[in-house]
Design a protein around this ligand. Structure first.
Ligand SMILES: Cc1ncc(COP(=O)(O)O)c(C=O)c1O
Length: 420
């Protein structure tokens, strides 16, 4: 038997990888056959400052030489202390306690468990979890429970508990629901301003602000899943800033280390933290991961935060957005293109004419066409998007947008091939 990688989200029967990566610098992936392709999705939305940024590489190297993983249950160390301080400096309101885990899904799991235990410990019977229709919060069981039920979750239905769904970005619906059922709700988990996996749906800050007010009026908690939106992806450091809200819990991951190492973190407000203080372990948060607060990932995250200041990263995101605005009319004029939209470093549009949805083969055709021209994209079925590292230059970005437009035109006008 040949040893084989089990690739994520992939049907492996007839699978051939798109290439073998042998290097990655800036916004580019270098392949074994000599091709170089622009990383148009920041390697699953994680990369920010470019691949193998020397400052982050140096920080990782220095920390690995000083000391590597140490248990966080009984010890503390400077990288975790300093990272907590720097994150809290950036976080809105009194989100001042940070629990570390390993990825976006675990950051969400921690948020849900903290919310649940908090309600119990203050003596509230609040059995409902609420989420938006179309939500995606990760692939562990708790995260799937609050995510949309679709082909990804179907086999696991029997493992998941109930979740109340509200329409995306609809403050009227949320206000009506919370006025009647708010007292039953433990927490409402939201992807602020951008539902990524659902198809890069852009939300409005005023709706989010009203939803936040309705949730809090009902004494429920708001969990902001900033795993995809955090670290500048929507134009501000956190998407919540644009709505002027302070969630009770904020889950982060992806961009936290600049896209170099896996790290998840969940921040919570002072009041929530205090409810876990007590005379013995029963009121403590009895949850942990072997690699909690890993010093090497913390060092990478600290270097990434430095780069936000040194390289004026948010200005770069604004410049990226400006290029999107300049190119948008050309996309909107293409046949078969609908709903051109952008937010911060994300540009997206829908490809009409096919069966629609995640299994629409048009996305794979667009990916193949773009790759031939040196651009790596990974459409979500009939939703095409571009989300490059923020280090992308204006010339590289213009080229990527021209390529994307040309390849879109090619695939929407070509006769549809057999389903993938
Ligand atoms: C909003 C959101 N939450 C959670 C996750 C899960 O993160 P991870 O893949 O690191 O587990 C994702 C991943 O795409 C996401 O977009």
């Amino acid at each position: 038997m040949t040893p084989r990688i089990w690739h994520p989200f992939t049907q492996l029967r007839d699978f051939e990888p798109l290439g073998r990566v042998v290097g990655a610098t800036g916004a580019w992936l270098h392949l074994a056959d000599g091709r170089r392709v622009l990383d148009g999705i920041s390697s699953w939305w994680v990369n920010i400052h470019g691949h193998s940024h020397p400052k982050i590489v140096a920080a990782i190297t220095a920390q690995a030489a000083a000391f590597d993983q140490v248990i966080l249950a009984d010890f503390e160390h400077a990288p975790a202390i300093e990272l907590t301080r720097r994150l809290v400096e950036r976080l809105p309101g009194d989100l001042n306690h940070v629990f570390y885990s390993d990825n976006g899904s675990t950051a969400v799991e921690v948020a849900i468990k903290l919310a649940w235990q908090f309600q119990l410990q203050r003596g509230e019977h609040r059995p409902r979890l609420v989420a938006f229709e179309g939500a995606y919060h990760g692939d562990t069981l708790g995260a799937m429970r609050v995510g949309a039920r679709d082909l990804f979750t179907a086999p696991f239905e029997g493992l998941l508990g109930p979740t109340t769904r509200l329409p995306w970005d609809d403050a009227d619906a949320a206000e009506a629901f919370f006025a009647t059922h708010g007292h039953e709700v433990c927490a409402f988990i939201v992807e602020p301003l951008l539902q990524g996996v659902a198809g890069m749906r852009v939300g409005r800050p005023d709706q989010l602000a009203r939803i936040d007010a309705a949730v809090h009026k009902a004494g429920a908690l708001l969990i902001a899943d900033e795993v995809a939106t955090g670290f500048g992806r929507t134009g501000t450091f956190w998407a919540c800033e644009q709505a002027g809200i302070v969630p009770d819990l904020l889950a982060m991951s992806k961009g936290i280390t600049g896209g170099t190492l896996p790290l998840g973190a969940t921040a919570c407000r002072e009041e929530l933290f205090r409810a876990f203080l007590g005379p013995d372990k029963r009121s403590a948060f009895l949850h942990g991961h072997s690699y909690c607060g890993n010093p090497i990932t913390a060092a990478a995250a600290l270097a990434s935060l430095d780069l936000f200041e040194e390289e004026r990263t948010l200005d770069r995101v604004a410049a990226i957005s400006a290029r999107y605005a300049a190119h948008a009319p050309a996309f909107a004029a293409l046949p078969g293109v609908r709903g051109v939209r952008w937010l911060g470093g994300v540009f997206a549009f829908d490809l009409a004419g096919g069966p629609g949805g995640y299994l629409d083969p048009i996305g794979r055709r667009l990916q193949a066409a773009a790759l031939q021209h040196g651009l790596y994209v990974r459409p979500l079925g009939d939703v095409a998007y571009l989300m490059p590292p923020f280090c992308v230059t204006e010339a590289e970005l213009d080229q990527a947008l021209h390529t994307l437009a040309a390849c879109t035109q090619q695939v929407v006008t070509a006769s549809p091939p057999a389903a993938v």
